[in-house]
Ligand binder design. Sequence first.
Ligand code: AHM
Ligand code: MG
Length: 334
Amino acid sequence: MTTIERFILDQEEKYPEATGELSNLLYDIALAAKIIAASIRRAGLVNILGSAGATNVQGEEQQKLDLFANATLTNALNHTGRVCVMASEEDEMLIPVPDNYPVGKYVVLYDPLDGSSNIDVNGAVGTIFSIYRRVSLEGHGALADVLQAGCKQVAAGYVIYGSSTMLVYTTGQGVAGFTLDPSIGEFLLSHPKLVTPRVGKYYSVNESNFARWQKGTQWAVRGLHGDRPEEIKGKNSRYIGSLVADFHRNLIAGGIFLYPSDSRNPDGKLRLLYECSPMAFIAEQAGGSATDGTRRILDIMPDHLHQRTPLVIGSREDVGYVADTLRSLQQDRA
Ligand code: AHM
Ligand code: MG
């Protein structure tokens, strides 16, 4: 039985220059995940469900658990001396480390409760996190620390609060998955090396947007349906509407997730820093890939905190098929 602490420590021992700060940061996040998981499990009991009546910076209604998850992560990180600045999907501005606490060399970004529309129907939700090394030289962190390309991440992961709670993360040495044993309150190593199939079984996309997609996207998704068997074998459709849950299923079973641009959301819906970059890092480390249609997600240099991007992510050959289809249709029109 390997606990997450032991696994992280074993990994750290491979790097004599490691100071242990990143390991401790990962424990901090694992602790926050346990607190959030406990609260989600009790959601129906403690009447924590439902809207808090406020809207977040994206204009979406916040729910009580969103606020709780956001505060839990912030409070787990802000006093440790390991972080110089944070940013959350739920906060408009950077989250500074309070003046009376020490600052450290890492930057943490998070989507505290992804897929929150699933809360009221007892569906799976998740937490996504992304860690960078600071680029500013001293003092409290600045915007430049947060606006880094995804390829600069030192770690990324997600927690899925599903039929069990799992934490999946990478530090660039492959992807490992841990399952929370609620009887002892520990994350135990359950998936030592997650590798995603090169070709997937599933495609996941919100097809109610079909009429609003560009021709290339429509063409590619028809291929995923099985309409063009000479190009690609048709797949099964699965869509929960919770990126973490849809991504996790496809990571394990093989598949492709798309949130393309459409006429209502010209830049797609998902956020580069809190959702797409961390998931892209995990996908690549598991042997998959992620693109916005033309660029590798990890190469996109963000210019603002809440930037959105189209996302095509998952099994390498399937992502390649969609990217090729989009490219060839663009060339035809040019
Ligand atoms: P959230 O972070 O506000 O919960 O929104 C992101 C979610 C993703 O988890 C999911 O993939 C997507 O929004 C679903 O959007 P849609 O309902 O348009 O299909
Ligand atoms: Mg989200």
